[in-house]
Design a protein around this ligand. Structure first.
Ligand code: CP
Length: 307
């Protein structure tokens, strides 16, 4: 399957076969990383890492992935040091960066910004997160983690837990899991549910098997994977309401008494209060390993997209 020059803006743009190709390539990349062989398949190539919102994992794992492949990285993270402060548009900024690079990664607070960038760039564009919309490479590494740790995705019961209204990671992941025939349990407090329009699309277009509940303890019982996300306080108008939700909706050791022994807990990170820190040291917690898989998965994506 040839993915050269493809944009990755939404997981909805990726077929099942394309997702499988990326996951297969990521496995090769993980093996190469573990063998400590130096790679230079991207020698002479440049990745433009354009971050208009803060990031630790996405920004640095893309940079690490490109450098592990022998390529180089240009980083935009402080718009104050660019001509954007003089009023230059996003479109013109992208038109410049595509001249200076072979691949663009963009994170931007505005939904649709990555799609816009892809429309004006002749080089492939990867959405590193656009507002509350999509974060497709996070989804690819989540799928990789699930398959790596559970041996399969199809048929698993994956509970998505937390702020499903604002979490772009959860929306991207829900589409991909439905496409790969996992079962979904959506667990969110009242007011933070997955938007109805998305649930309907998942059921109608992806034939998704979905259970919805507001109770963590009942929703987690049948789960093979609990994917937790933080309350996206930065996307709330009322910060006190967000903090109230944060306190009320947590994974604790008491909650885990209701879970299967072989449950794994994933989280895109950063996390704040939604998982009791005592759980970090338990067998359930796999989120730091998940973050590591961001490197081989992004190495795979870069290798497949760049000509
Ligand atoms: N998971 C994730 O997107 O983390 P960052 O916001 O740190 O990139």
């Amino acid at each position: 399957m040839n993915l050269k020059s493809k944009n990755i803006v939404s997981v909805r743009d990726l077929s099942k076969e394309e997702i499988k190709t990326i996951l297969q390539k990521a496995k090769e990349m993980e093996e190469l990383l573990n063998s400590n062989k130096s790679l230079d398949t991207m020698r002479g190539k440049i990745l433009a890492n354009m971050f208009f919102e803060p990031s630790t994992r996405t920004k640095f794992s893309f940079a690490s992935a490109m450098q592990k492949l022998g390529g180089q990285v240009l980083t935009l993270e402080d718009t104050e040091s660019t001509s954007i402060v003089k009023g230059e548009s996003l479109i013109d900024t992208i038109k410049m960066m595509e001249k200076y690079s072979d691949l663009i990664v963009i994170r931007h607070p505005r939904e649709g910004s990555a799609r816009l960038a892809a429309e004006v760039s002749s080089k492939p564009v990867i959405n590193g997160g656009d507002g509350a919309n999509q974060h497709p490479t996070q989804t690819l590494l989540d799928l990789y983690t699930i398959r790596r740790l559970k041996g399969k995705i199809e048929g698993l019961n994956v509970a998505l837990i937390g702020d499903l209204k604002h979490g772009r990671v959860m929306k991207s992941l829900a589409y991909a899991l439905a496409r790969l025939d996992a079962r979904l349990t959506l667990i969110a407090p009242i007011g933070m549910e997955m938007p109805q329009v998305i649930v309907e699309e998942l059921i109608e277009k992806f034939d998704a098997d979905i259970m919805r509940t507001t109770s963590i303890t009942s929703g987690i019982k049948e789960a093979d994977v609990a994917y937790v996300c933080r309350v996206q306080t930065e996307r709330f108008e009322d910060v006190y309401e967000a903090e109230k939700m944060q306190r009320a909706f947590r994974i604790t050791q008491d909650v885990l008494k209701h879970a299967k022994d072989e449950l794994i807990i994933l989280h895109a990170l950063p996390k704040t209060t939604e998982i009791d820190p005592k759980i970090d040291e338990t067998r359930y917690a796999k989120y730091y390993q998940q973050a590591f898989y961001g490197v081989p998965v992004r190495m795979a994506i870069i290798s497949l997209l760049v000509k």
